[in-house]
Design a binder for this molecule. Structure first.
Ligand SMILES: Cc1ncc(COP(=O)(O)O)c(C=O)c1O
Length: 407
């Protein structure tokens, strides 16, 4: 790279470092343009995006139909607050409810807010429908969980870094080993209002709880009159080759939490989905958000969901995900511990001898492939779902080369 160009990137990195909180450790690639599965940095170098903004860009960067919906709506009205109605909210509700089969939707902005909304819904349902005594509601959660960064949510994480220095935390959560059915059976009691689970844990390294577990847990919820709350913020909207990852086990959460790809990367939109028995616990004034359900976000989300379905992205994820997983399994390296995943969501876990995933991500970046480590030892592969087989082959060549070079 020539030095004039590189100094432009260095200057921008310097501005971030000097004036921004250091709460991330990004790869030093300064992106200024993106289209589909490709991104360009300020130097004009092109990369294949193999992270898709943690699955928020399932539809590919700058999808023309979503962009047009954003532009058209920006010319009309962008924010009314929920003090008044707007003409985009109802059509979004109808589209999402008809697609997913749920009675109702409650929109928020970030994923963490939607998880908080699910927690509030479950607790209120517990008190008003199940009849749990005041302030006794319990929600079961799991080791390795990641549901966001609010103080309530990090309070039930078992990752020290997420919580250290941020207490005191909200009570009412019971942490269970992920995938351990016997532990779950023993944990339910009359105060259990719900179970909050990622059908596949993304931040933990694309780890599932084992075949049959989700279905069995759902059965326990039904047996104990508790709500199954599936956090599909990262696993949902096609990422695993079905609309929701829990659908692989024929499980339909009583509350489904969605976000990220709900707006195709254009605008933060999240939501919970539930049937009337649960959603009707909310009365005017119980819950809300100034931006939640705003017309700009609704127009974007409606277009984002429509293109996901109309353009066969969910099917593409299933088909090409299986293809890519098979290909990755042909790589011969004693530094690979395990390669696992569903659809276009694959975790490649390295052995301890590999010395961490970061250096592999740095090496892949040098070859034009943007991946990010999750935890210390796993490389996450999660390209936009519009990727083609040829583009996957292109990525595979680079991954194979990096393993040849680094072992
Ligand atoms: C499963 C899951 N839940 C919740 C969140 C939080 O979403 P947000 O960062 O939009 O608050 C994430 C983000 O990575 C996630 O993967």
């Amino acid at each position: 790279m020539d030095s004039v160009k590189s100094s432009a990137a260095d200057k921008l990195i310097g501005l971030e470092d000097d004036f921004g909180a250091h709460n991330y450790h990004p790869l030093d690639v300064v992106i200024s343009k993106a289209e589909g599965v490709w991104v360009w940095d300020v130097q004009g170098d092109k990369y294949l995006d193999f992270l898709a903004a943690y699955s928020a860009v399932n539809q590919g960067h700058g999808h023309p139909k979503i962009r047009q919906a954003l532009i058209d709506q920006a010319h009309k009205v962008t924010l009314t607050s929920r003090a008044f109605r707007n003409d985009q909210l109802g059509p979004l509700y109808e589209t999402v409810c008809k697609l997913t089969g749920y009675d109702k939707m409650l929109p928020m902005n970030s994923g963490a807010e939607a998880v908080e909304t699910a927690i509030k819904a479950a607790r209120k349902w517990g008190y008003t429908v199940k009849g749990v005594a005041e302030d006794k509601a319990e929600i079961l959660v799991f080791t390795g969980n990641f549901h966001g960064r609010t103080t309530t949510i990090v309070g039930f994480s078992d990752d020290d870094q997420y919580k250290q220095g941020f207490g005191p935390f909200t009570p009412g959560f019971k942490l269970l080993p992920y995938g351990d059915l016997e532990a779950a059976k023993a944990a339910f009691n009359e105060n259990t209002v719900g179970v909050l689970i990622e059908p596949i844990q993304g931040e933990s390294g694309i780890i599932g709880p084992g075949e049959g577990y989700l279905k069995a847990l759902d059965g326990l919820c039904k047996q104990h009159n508790a709500l199954m709350i599936t956090d599909e913020i990262q696993s949902g909207l096609g990422r695993t080759g079905k609309l929701f990852a829990s659908w692989h086990e024929d499980v339909r959460g009583d509350i489904v939490v969605i976000g990220k790809a709900l707006s195709g990367g254009f605008y933060p939109v999240s939501a919970i989905l539930a049937n009337n028995e649960v959603m009707d616990v909310f009365k005017p004034g119980d819950h809300g958000s100034t931006f939640g359900g705003n017309p700009l976000g609704c127009a974007v989300a409606k277009a984002a969901v429509e293109v996901l379905v109309d353009e066969g992205m969910v099917e593409n994820s299933a088909k090409l995900g299986a293809y890519f997983l098979e290909k990755l399994n042909t790589i011969k390296s004693d530094k690979i511990r395990e390669i696992r995943g569903k659809g276009l969501w694959i975790g490649l876990q390295l052995t301890d001898a590999a010395g961490g995933a970061r250096k592999y991500c740095e090496a892949l970046k040098q070859k034009g492939l943007l991946c990010k480590e999750t935890h210390v030892d796993t490389i996450r592969f999660a390209p936009p779902l519009v990727i083609t087989q040829e583009e996957l082959d292109w990525a595979f060549e680079r991954i194979e080369q990096v393993f040849q070079e680094l072992g």
